[in-house]
Design a protein. Structure first.
Length: 221
């Protein structure tokens, strides 16, 4: 395990044990690792000297989470419940808290672009290429990246993780392997986006990199 995620409290063996199970089943565990790091430090500062999650420990931890929004706090509570259940299964009678009501109190209102605004964005991204004089300028990826996000609703991290082997234009879909929640899915590709991807790949393959299009694990963008 990376030293960043090396736990030192008396709960460490159980955190590592639960993490090993999750990773063996293919789950994306990065958010769990960060939470365990946070709770591990809290347990040490609290003075926990026995490997048991008590109600007093949970209550003290809850009072310390004053800066977490409702959704973030719910996610952390869920991970703590999983750890407590795992410990109970291994002979450590731990307190399993009741999950709080799940709320979204960020006050976030999504902005909806108009068709004219999106058209302007596409035109501006195309202008970036015309103003570039280098064949290997990374700016060449901006137009297709913009259209990919617009057409599929992908997260930016998902889009830039797509590899050659994930693009199946002949069958009309892209295989997303690295999603936010660690699950895989297939994203349909419309004919307009398909033509844009083919045009982009044709220019990308002109880059001075040997065997670029044959490298299955090479990132498409």
């Amino acid at each position: 395990m990376n030293d960043v995620f090396k736990y030192h409290s008396v709960l460490a063996p159980y955190m590592n044990g639960l993490m090993a199970i999750k990773e063996s089943r293919g789950f994306n565990t990065i958010s769990v690792k960060w939470f365990f790091k946070e709770f591990d430090s809290f347990a040490i500062n609290y003075g926990l000297n026995k490997p048991v999650i008590t109600q007093e420990l949970v209550d003290a931890w809850r009072k310390s989470r004053i800066n977490d929004c409702g959704r973030t706090f719910y996610g952390k509570c869920s991970k703590l419940v999983q750890l407590a259940r795992y410990m109970c299964e291994h002979g450590k009678d731990s307190y399993i808290m009741r999950l709080p009501k799940r709320t979204n109190d960020r006050g976030y209102t999504p902005y909806i672009f108009s068709e004219d605004q999106m058209r302007a964005i596409f035109e501006e991204s195309n202008r970036l290429i015309r103003e570039s004089h280098r064949i290997d300028d990374p700016i060449m990826a901006i137009p297709i990246l913009t259209r990919l996000l617009y057409s599929t609703g992908l997260r930016i991290t998902e889009a830039i993780s797509i590899r050659n082997e994930d693009v199946h234009l002949d069958q009309g879909y892209i295989h997303i392997r690295e999603s936010k929640n660690g699950s895989e899915r297939l994203v349909p590709v419309c004919d307009t986006l398909k033509r844009s991807i083919m045009q982009y790949v044709r220019y990308r393959n002109m880059l001075p990199l040997k065997g670029l299009q044959e490298r299955k694990n090479f990132r498409i963008i």
